[in-house]
Write a protein that binds this ligand. Structure first.
Ligand code: BES
Ligand code: MN
Ligand code: ZN
Length: 505
């Protein structure tokens, strides 16, 4: 048994549902209407509470909010006095928010409430006219995810700005939905914490140990870790080659959730490069700085499988975390080196900075031995995908329209954006090698699609396969917004959980 690790952890606020907002320090309601208009309306709050507040303030709340800089524009916030605390009116668009708009409005509200927190955490009530149990779940997700902040590694302890979240609703059957939101938020927090942990603390061995501890005690879920010796005897030439330049040795984590009676098998494969320096094809200063996030795919897979198991979804799910650190050194593998991937296919290294697909090849090849009905891989794989789709959309690549539809349905329910890119003959042909079965990369043109074409070579043609490139949305370098924090976003966790739920039903 490996020794245990202590990595930074961000606490999730407590969550409850209530018919009223009483007891909260901060109440969040929605402001809707045509942009900039005087006809803005409040959604949420009881008529009696509004009347009391308006009498004591001597004006109507909606127009006061507009005068204080508020607006129905999504993301705008106005803070008003409210009983013994504050009222935050969050812009939520033209109509009462639902689905992703509601999730985002709740996130914006909690984010604004956190700014009001002093030296102790605030209790926040989300009161947005939520009328269904599903609405409670969605608002709770947005609020909890919006409460996340990077766990600082400092001398003194810091307080969590949000102590408690209450969703105000009269809806029946809301309690079980709360638990679903908690499980989902816990998984996204876990992925974010792993991603934000610097690579001196989170490296293949400690990542694998942390995953074993996090997933260890859940019913029907078991975790196996292959260390460098086991990788060598199993012929995992990709993980070993990428890991060679580093003193931190690679790991392959296999998490198997197998509930009784499950008839469908889903395999998930995640890129777990704990730091991507580029290897001998070393990155630039700016390009390297955020590369602790390069294990975001493995984080998404392992966190998702934890949620899937805690939700007891009736489906067999096997998750792989392909973990290595990509470093330059006298031991590093070189451009033009040829290595053998698990299962026997050979790869010529065109560029040591195209390391993710190499470790993923081992994971995908291993996953075919599970005879899955569907295989989904997820990776911060290419800068090209970020160039194509920006930082809030991920790429989806597959040769199966059914797999594309299934994933797009799941991502829609999750509130995560994916856009399909083709895998063209042009990029397939670009992978020709004169010496090995394939080169690792081809031309810069269509780089995201070329990576997908490479990966496809390691998947069994029988399985329905899709590739998710999350290079853009995995890590937020600019500014926190709605329920997306700075740093690791946990992108992909929620889509994978919804995918498993949809395949199970
Ligand atoms: N981890 C990077 C991709 C990446 C870039 C993720 C920016 C997140 C933000 C990946 O390993 C990489 O370096 N890809 C190369 C591939 C190329 C050498 C074929 C790239 O995109 O430049
Ligand atoms: Mn790279
Ligand atoms: Zn990488």
């Amino acid at each position: 048994m490996p020794t245990s690790v202590h990595l930074p952890v961000t606490a999730r606020p407590a969550l409850r549902v209530s018919r009223s907002a009483s007891g909260a320090d901060v109440v969040v309601a929605a402001l809707i209407g045509a942009e900039g208009s005087a006809t803005a309306k409040i959604v949420g709050l009881t008529p009696r509470a509004v009347k009391e507040a308006e009498t004591s303030l001597g004006t109507d709340l909606a127009s006061l909010a507009i005068r204080m800089g508020g607006s129905p524009r999504p993301g705008s916030t106005a803070v008003l006095p409210w009983k013994s605390g504050s009222l935050i009116l969050v812009g939520a668009g033209e109509t009462a928010p639902a689905d992703e708009d509601l999730r985002q409005a709740a996130g914006w509200g909690v984010r604004a409430a956190a700014e009001l927190a002093g030296d102790k955490g605030v209790k926040v009530a989300i009161d947005m006219g939520i009328g269904s149990a599903e609405g409670v779940r969605i608002a709770a997700e947005g609020a909890l995810l919006g409460a996340y902040h990077i766990s600082r590694i400092t001398e003194s302890e810091c307080v969590d700005p949000i102590a408690e979240v209450t969703i105000v609703s009269q809806a029946r059957g809301a309690k079980p939905e709360l638990r679903k939101a908690e499980i989902m938020a816990d998984a996204v927090f876990l992925a974010r914490d792993w991603i934000n942990t610097p690579a001196n603390l989170l490296y293949p061995e400690s990542f694998a140990t942390s995953a074993t501890e996090e997933l260890g005690d859940i019913a029907n879920l078991s975790v196996d870790v292959l260390d460098e010796k086991a990788l060598a005897s199993g012929g995992y030439g990709g993980l070993l080659a990428v890991g060679k330049g580093s003193n931190r040795k690679p790991r392959l984590v296999r998490a198997d959730y197998h509930p009784e009676g499950a008839s469908t098998t889903l395999a998930l494969v995640g890129k777990g490069i704990t730091f991507d320096s580029g290897g001998l094809n070393i990155k630039t200063t700016d390009g390297m700085y955020t590369m602790k996030c390069d294990m975001g795919g493995a984080a998404a897979v392992l966190a998702a499988i934890k949620a899937i198991a805690r939700l007891e979804l009736p489906i067999h799910v096997i998750g792989y975390g392909c973990m290595a650190e990509n470093m330059p050194s006298g031991k590093a593998w070189r451009p033009s080196d040829v290595v053998t991937i698990h299962g026997g296919r050979t790869v010529e290294n065109s560029n040591s900075d195209a390391e993710g697909r190499i470790v993923m090849a081992d994971g995908l090849a291993r996953s075919t031995e599970d005879n899955p009905d569907m295989v989904v891989d997820i990776a911060t794989l290419t800068g090209a995908c970020m160039v194509a789709l920006g930082t809030s959309w991920a790429g989806l690549m597959t040769s199966s329209t059914e797999a594309a539809d299934t994933l797009l349905d799941a991502s829609e329910a999750a509130g995560e954006n994916f856009w399909e890119l083709p895998i063209t003959d042009e990029v397939r042909e670009g992978l020709h090698s004169d010496i090995a079965d394939t080169k690792s990369s081809g031309s810069r043109a269509g780089g995201a699609m070329g990576a997908a074409a490479f990966l496809q070579g390691f998947v069994s043609p029988q399985a329905d396969w899709a590739h998710l490139d999350i290079a853009g949305p995995a890590f937020n370098e600019s500014k926190a917004h709605d329920y997306i924090p700075l740093g690791g976003t946990g992108f992909g966790v929620r889509t994978l959980v919804h995918l498993a739920a949809n395949l199970a039903s």
